[in-house]
Design a binder for this molecule. Structure first.
Ligand code: IPM
Ligand code: MG
Length: 361
């Protein structure tokens, strides 16, 4: 029996997690998938319910669960709260408390969506990149940090970019392992021409490389990597990078695929326990309108089945069902192009459920 904790969060989070729940319900009803679902508030919803973006009870449920499915956090109504009460703190708190250091962010272009990308379809067709982002270290968590007053009376803000050898080594191994399952090419992204942290990062990557003699390791400065991602993205197989660079590059990579609304992600600890979430945010501008794309969240369920619950068979079925609804021409507004059929969040979820059910008979 798998215990899955749903964390809908804010904005479009509840709408898209509701669709993912329908998919999980079909797996339970028609595919003999034994799971128990619970739900808890996080982010702004946590603040509203319990005065904290990561309520104690939510964290306790997360620790007791086998996997987490998160919608998204954040919204304009929370932006004036003190930093430690802001929704993002709930997400960062979960990552940190559960030691979810390995963030896998695949950027795959569905052939049906080649026209939805803002890049020429010959540049992106067949795109299949895996970004491995370090998620619990670097400048996001480094100490000291803060805003302080200087002797001259001016305030200054400061953060610390720090990585230990062991932090780099463990994310490097995740990335090499990922490369071994793919095309065996790993590009490590850093800023070694300027930063000491990156100098050490490179050294550690090189020191791990002999354990993976089949993987071709290369290094690229982050500014060049950003450029190469939009110039010739298919040159990449697996990319590994630190927390901040990974945040930025994964949004850019996502957009190559037509819509950030299509991409799932996994955040794993060393035992394969993980939190799964769409890589897009809470999109407050379209929240409550029934037009959010639930596919990234549904595909996050597939990633969960594959990476944490040892049910790659069911993951394949979900991915096939998503491919099926795209084949039918169904599109939420973010991926709509001429000649396709625009549908809303619920209709898209229903179509995936339908396609899954059809496959079970
Ligand atoms: C992400 C998001 C988060 C991050 C925010 C919401 C804190 O942008 O998951 O990429 O910066 O990591
Ligand atoms: Mg981000």
């Amino acid at each position: 029996m798998h215990k899955i904790l749903l964390l809908p969060g804010d904005g479009i989070g509840p709408e898209i997690v509701a669709e993912a729940r329908k998919v999980l319900d079909v797996l339970r009803a028609d595919f003999g998938f034994d799971a128990e679902l619970e739900e808890a508030p996080v982010g702004g919803a946590g603040y509203d319910a319990a005065g904290s973006p990561l309520p104690e009870e939510t964290l306790a449920l997360a620790r007791a669960a086998d996997s987490l499915l998160l919608g998204a956090v954040g919204g304009p109504q929370y932006e004036s709260l003190p930093r430690e009460k802001r929704p993002e703190r709930g997400l960062l708190g979960l990552r940190s408390a559960l030691d979810l250091f390995a963030n896998l962010r695949p950027a795959i272009l569905y052939p049906q969506l080649a026209e939805a990308s803002t890049l020429r379809s010959d540049v992106v067709s067949g795109l299949d990149i895996m970004i491995v982002r370090e998620l619990t270290g670097g400048i996001y968590f480094g100490q000291p940090r803060g805003i302080r007053e200087r002797d001259d009376g001016q305030r200054e803000g400061f953060n610390t970019l720090v990585y230990s050898e062991s932090e780099v080594e463990r994310i490097a191994r995740v990335a090499f392992d990922a490369a071994m399952k793919r095309d065996k090419r790993l590009c490590s992204v850093d800023k070694a021409n300027v930063l000491e942290v990156s100098e050490l990062w490179r050294e550690v990557l090189e020191s791990v490389a002999p354990d993976y003699p089949e993987v071709a390791l290369s290094h690229m400065y982050v500014d060049n990597a950003a450029m190469q991602l939009v110039r010739e993205p298919k040159q990449f197989d697996v990319m590994v990078t630190g927390n901040l660079f990974g945040d930025i590059l994964s949004d850019a990579a996502a957009m190559l695929t037509g819509s950030i609304g299509m991409l799932p992600s996994a955040s794993l600890n060393r035992d394969g326990y993980g939190m799964y979430e769409p890589i897009h945010g809470s999109a407050p501008d379209i929240a409550g309108q029934g037009m959010a794309n639930p596919l990234a969240t549904i595909l996050s369920v597939a990633m969960m089945l594959r990476h944490s619950l040892d049910r790659a068979d069911l993951a394949d079925r979900i991915e096939a069902a998503v491919g099926g609804v795209l084949d039918q021409g169904l599109r939420t507004p973010d991926i709509w192009t001429e000649g396709t059929v625009e549908v809303g969040t619920v209709a898209m979820g229903d179509a995936v459920v339908e396609s899954l059910r059809a496959a079970s008979n």
